[in-house]
Design a protein around this ligand. Sequence first.
Ligand SMILES: *Cc1c(COP(=O)(O)O)cnc(C)c1O
Length: 356
Amino acid sequence: MILLNPGPVNLSDRVRNALLSPDLCHREVEFSQLQQTIREGLLQVYNLNPDNWAAVLLTGSGTAAMEAMITSLIPTNGKLLVIENGVYGERLSKIADIHGIEYLTLQHPWGAPIELKSLETCLDNHQDITHIAVVHHETTTGRLNNLSQLTPICQERNIHLLVDGVSSFGAEELDFESWHISACAATANKCLHGVPGTSFVILRRDVLPSVDTKKRTLYLDLGTYCQKQDQGSTPFTQSVQTFYALAEALAELQDAGGWQQRQQHYSELMGLVRQGLMAMGMEPLLPEGASSVVLNAFYLPQGLSYEKFHDQLKENGYVIYAGQGNLASSLFRVSTMGAITRTNIERFLTVVQDLL
Ligand SMILES: *Cc1c(COP(=O)(O)O)cnc(C)c1O
């Protein structure tokens, strides 16, 4: 089965075989080494200096990393602005709401670009805002939000930028230093091609709250994890087998030429998908420049239901992904993430053609 959904992804043999590595106690030195290899490998993806940056590993899906980031890094007297233009931005707000974090939202229609003027007006009207949270690649629609445009706005006002990079980390540009990112949440099982079960937050070390700060969460507290992981330890049991897989996935990414090469590969595949589907009359939701290379959304052909389209493709070995919310009846999504080849995509297009 070829998975064209945005994670979990098709695994390479190399990553799948890593799951068969020896059983390990998370209190032994072998685990400590494995953890350290991953933490270094994650920073290397975007060339981050370990003196200033840390990768903090969690057991859980991408949402665990989002929740850890929001609950651990906003101090009690802080105030958050969440930029929403899809489901995942809205999820960031839900997290703030559930944990009683003071927050505001800047809402956009799903798929719309971030309105910088409205953002500036909002920040001018609420000068107590200390943090902005935003999704990099909004998987709801495939829009890649332009984070570099937020940099001067945040910098001018001394605001921390917290990024959901769950569906972009490893395959899109993330210029942590010059975009002034304070922290970024991401996961093993999307563009890094690992196994679901491990997620992480990359953070600037100086944004970690001091140890005596009152915590909002026990299990998801990044301060605790970072401190223990720096000591080669872990506060709780980690998902050891998925750690093996992530270490291998990171080595594979590096051997292949890093995120730039992966972006190039996804871009070639997505180019084929867009061209092929458009030639069959299926229009993309967003223009090419506005979309990620990771996922694009397309309008369903007239008279064809998503369920029927999905089921017929699945019978032929391909899983596509539904639109969310009120986009569910009009759209479908195709993701290029995972160990997928050009041949897989060419055959997908032939199958679609035959179905139509
Ligand atoms: C997949 C995804 C998440 C996390 O989803 P999980 O199901 O918890 O892994 C968060 N943000 C974005 C943008 C995503 O695409």
